[in-house]
Design a protein around this ligand. Structure first.
Ligand code: 5GP
Ligand code: MG
Length: 179
């Protein structure tokens, strides 16, 4: 059973915005060794739509980043799995994530990719939540700024469901609490 989902960003709005971002990225990375490093799993849908608008040669990398809250502290540990990330040394890396929330994931990944010897590292997010950021980080490309609500669809899940929705929506219902 699916909970009700209230549409926040429609399929048409997403398509238009993703196309615009694609054209911008294409222009910015013309003639550069671009690797788009997508953070699994939420960014898969935007990755697929975005790269079909980027008409310059580029590679794809997939990175899995899981965060664990410490039992006794509030510190978060990020475990990074890059089995599907080709060498990024001397590449211009564009990290792509579904949503910028606290910013912990992307800021750790920026450091990680820099340590791997990337030529440059930038960030792209489909969504950015207002009032949640804990780490100073300005995404270089941002699709939409959204209110502080738990959203699903277009790649974003709740309990591994709802990723298939063609729009971004707010999950309605008693169990609609993040993480
Ligand atoms: P951050 O490190 O910025 O706090 O975490 C970003 C990650 O948290 C995203 O990649 C996503 O997996 C998850 N996340 C944060 N907010 C939401 C949300 O509203 N909906 C969903 N489905 N995931 C979220
Ligand atoms: Mg994620």
């Amino acid at each position: 059973m699916h909970n009700a989902v209230k549409v926040l960003i429609s399929e048409d709005e997403i398509r238009e915005r993703v196309h615009a971002l694609g054209r911008q990225i294409e222009a910015d990375y013309h003639g550069k060794p671009l690797t788009i490093a997508a953070v699994l799993t939420g960014s898969l849908i935007v990755l697929a739509d975005l790269i079909r608008r980027i008409g310059v040669p580029h590679r794809i990398a997939l990175i899995q980043a899981s965060s664990y809250k410490g039992a006794t502290t509030t510190a978060t540990t990020l475990v990074i799995n890059e089995s599907f990330a080709p060498d990024v040394a001397d590449r211009d890396v564009l990290l792509l994530d579904d949503i910028l929330d606290t910013g912990q994931t992307l800021s750790a990944l920026i450091r990680h990719v820099n340590d791997r010897g990337a030529r440059s590292v930038r960030t792209a997010v489909l969504l950015r939540k207002i009032g949640r950021q804990e780490v100073p980080l300005e995404p270089d490309y941002c699709g939409f700024t959204i209110p502080n609500a738990f959203v699903v669809g277009y790649g974003l899940d709740y309990d591994d469901d709802y990723r298939h929705l063609p729009y971004v929506g707010i999950l309605d219902g008693p169990e609609a609490t993040p993480h």
